[in-house]
Design a protein around this ligand. Structure first.
Ligand SMILES: C[S@@+](CC[C@H](N)C(=O)[O-])C[C@H]1O[C@@H](n2cnc3c(N)ncnc32)[C@H](O)[C@@H]1O
Length: 283
């Protein structure tokens, strides 16, 4: 297996196992936490009235469902994600809501989309995990009509998102096997470097590329904080497979590190993101 295939397999495994299960379990609180991000995407869809929207790395489907609600009978929204448990959760939500949203469980980098069918592509934090981002965005370009719009929200750097790395910094002395965050390969901060993102998009057939930094205020109930860091992110991944003693030690070491974010019953932080817009260039 070459390095690229290994990376791809790692991501597929991660999102179909530990990370996927954690995101399904935490679906309600994550959707509340990242609702402001979703609102920005839904607003941008509302401004364009597209007929067909694709939500990439749609996870448990909140944004796909929100876009489908907005479009009503005038359009449709399809979500694609590599994670079976997350797509199963999304489909169950769509059935419950009687939503016309449709979900595909597949790798967006290689899936054989209907060519030139989509007017708009959106993603809330779902495009940073491709092992070959140029190939992935070229595939998405083929799914898009000429002039279709791309609207992504991605994380900026780890340094601009200290909340996101608080748990691993505090837990590091106790967890020597914590994986190192990468910015040159798939991962949460893979799109930190704006120039790299611009190059990926221009090399894959997108034009009029604009990256704008945006700081988004996010809140979480304090009573969910321990669950949040013991379930998600690199520390959460390790704790899912740790014994009760290790878990208790980590909670004791990590919880105080979040003190500056806690305001009474609420945890407040700023998500340092990019809004990325681009247009499908002529094929
Ligand atoms: C951080 S989660 C975001 C999920 C969702 N957009 C949300 O905001 O709730 C990233 C998502 O990207 C998905 N993903 C990762 N690699 C993918 C790929 N190659 N093709 C499709 N989805 C992928 C993961 O399974 C996961 O659901």
């Amino acid at each position: 297996m070459d390095v690229t295939n290994e990376t791809k397999e790692e991501q597929r495994k991660l999102w179909n196992n530990l990370a996927g299960r954690a995101w399904v379990e935490a679906q309600e609180s994550l959707d509340r936490l990242f609702k402001p991000v979703e609102d920005l995407l839904v607003e941008s869809v509302g401004a364009k009235s597209p007929r067909q929207v694709l939500d990439v790395g749609c996870g448990t489907g909140s944004t796909t469902l929100a876009v489908a609600r907005l479009l009503g009978a005038k359009g449709r929204c399809i979500g694609i994600d590599i994670s079976e448990p997350m797509i199963a959760a999304a489909q169950a939500r769509a059935e419950r809501d009687r939503s016309p949203a449709r979900f595909i469980c597949a790798d967006a980098q290689t899936y054989a989309f209907e060519p030139a069918a989509v007017d708009m592509i959106v993603s809330r934090f779902g495009v940073m995990f491709f092992d070959d981002p140029v190939a992935a965005f070229a595939n998405l370009r083929r799914a898009a009509r000429d002039e279709a719009e791309l609207r992504l929200i991605t994380w900026r750097s780890a340094a601009e998102n200290p909340f996101m790395t608080t748990a691993e910094r505090a837990a590091a002395p106790l967890l020597p096997n914590l994986p190192v965050r990468r910015t040159d390969g798939p991962g949460q901060f893979a799109f930190a470097d704006g120039q790299r993102v611009s190059n990926i998009l221009s090399d894959s057939g997108w034009t009029e590329i604009v990256l704008a930094p945006i700081d988004i205020a996010c809140t979480l109930p304090e009573k969910q904080l321990i669950r949040y860091f013991t379930q998600l992110g690199p520390v959460g991944m390790i704790l899912q497979e740790s014994d009760d003693r290790t878990r208790a030690q980590i909670i004791e070491a990590v919880r105080p590190a979040f003190d500056s974010y806690v305001h009474g019953a609420e945890v407040r932080f700023t998500a340092g993101c990019w809004t990325v817009t681009a247009r499908a260039g002529s094929a």
